[in-house]
Structure formats: structure tokens, C-alpha cells
Write a protein that binds this ligand. Structure first.
Ligand SMILES: [Zn+2]
Length: 208
């Protein structure tokens, strides 16, 4: 009888310690995956693999238009944020996809209201796409340039904008969290102005 009671107590102790371990593990995981994205954004980002394009929001859809006109929030750049890494890869898959081919894309265009853009650096060798976190234009030249523009989110409209600065000074974070600033000019400067406008709910048609 004494032996049975002893065994029962031992079983309870083991069960309790195993459960505590389980709770502890879950808490550690939550801290590890702390992210700048909300649950809806995480679901959207993670619903397919990194090579699958995201749906591009269009001004022809009322719900999409509201998101496209919303001012975005800053994020905390963190290379350990799996959602940021996946979002950048899927934004690249989207802008490089034949169905929505472009020279730049902003996160709100895929339904994520965060300050993230991808720009094709047509001024660099190999014209690579680069990701910019919380980008801001901090200086503009008075000199303007005319540029034919279109937008992945605005079907069948193209127009020549005349209000784009010839060169701009941009300030941003790399996805690894390094703060940088850089002067860009010509067509590259137009792409940066077009994409940073998106983060403030401004579209190129506003400049026509
Ligand atoms: Zn656009």
C-alpha cells in the first residue's frame, strides 16, 4: 500500500515537471519569434513558400484602394525575424513575376502596411533588386525630371510625371539593421520617389 502511494506521487511529480517544461518551451519560442508584424500579416506572409508571388492589390478594388491609401508603420529590422525574410523574398517573387513585372514594389501593394520597399538598382551593375527598411527621402534637388510611369497596382494607366526631383538623398535601414544614407539620381531617384510615396498612401496618378 505504501509502495502504491509512493508510485502515485512519483507519477504526479513527473507529469507536473513535464508540463512545466512544455510551458517553458513555448515561452522561449514566443520571445525568439518576436516580430514587427501582426497576426493577419504573418498569416498572409507565411501562407506559401518564399518563391510564390503575393497577390498585388489594385486600385480597381475598393478594399484594396483603402489599404493602398493607408500610411504605413515603421518596423524593427531584424535578420532573425523569419517573417521579414519571407516577406522580402515573396515581394521579390512578385515584382519579378511576369504577371506583375516591375522595377520596384512597396509592402502595402501586397497588403502589408509596413515601411518596406524593394527597388531595382538600375544604376548598379547587374541591376539587382535591393530591400530598404523604413526608407525616407530627406533631401530633394530643385531640379525636376520628366518620367513615364506606371504602377503594378493601377491597371492600364501610364503617364508622364513632371514633379519628380532629379536627385534625392535617402535614409534607410538594411534588413540587417544597419542605418545608411545615399544620394540617387535619374531613373533610380524616380523609383525611390514612387515607392516611398506608396508608404504614405500616395500614388503616381496624384502627380499627373
Ligand atoms: Zn506603384
Amino acid at each position: 500500500m505504501k509502495k502504491r502511494v509512493y508510485l502515485l506521487i512519483l507519477t504526479i511529480v513527473i507529469t507536473v515537471s513535464t508540463q512545466s517544461c512544455g510551458i517553458f518551451n513555448r515561452e522561449v519560442k514566443t520571445v525568439q519569434y518576436s516580430s514587427s508584424f501582426n497576426n493577419n500579416e504573418i498569416t498572409l506572409i507565411m501562407e506559401a513558400d518564399t518563391t510564390t508571388p503575393l497577390r498585388v492589390l489594385k486600385t480597381t478594388n475598393l478594399k484594396d484602394s483603402i489599404i493602398l491609401r493607408t500610411k504605413c508603420d515603421n518596423i524593427t529590422p531584424n535578420t532573425k525575424d523569419p517573417f521579414l525574410n519571407t516577406l522580402i523574398k515573396r515581394m521579390y517573387a512578385t515584382v519579378a513575376d511576369s504577371a506583375s513585372l516591375g522595377v520596384g514594389i512597396a509592402a502595402p501593394q501586397v497588403g502589408v502596411s509596413k515601411n518596406i520597399i524593394l527597388v531595382q538598382r538600375v544604376d548598379k551593375e547587374g541591376e539587382p533588386f535591393e530591400a530598404y527598411i523604413n526608407p525616407r527621402i530627406i533631401q530633394w534637388t530643385d531640379k525636376k525630371q520628366e518620367c513615364p510611369e506606371g504602377c503594378l497596382s493601377i491597371p492600364n494607366i501610364r503617364g508622364v510625371t513632371k514633379t519628380r526631383a532629379y536627385a534625392v538623398l535617402i535614409e534607410y535601414y538594411t534588413p540587417a539593421g544597419e542605418k545608411k544614407s545615399e544620394m540617387v539620381e535619374g531613373y533610380t531617384a524616380v523609383i525611390f520617389q514612387h515607392e516611398t510615396d506608396h508608404l504614405n498612401g500616395i500614388l503616381f496618378i496624384d502627380h499627373l
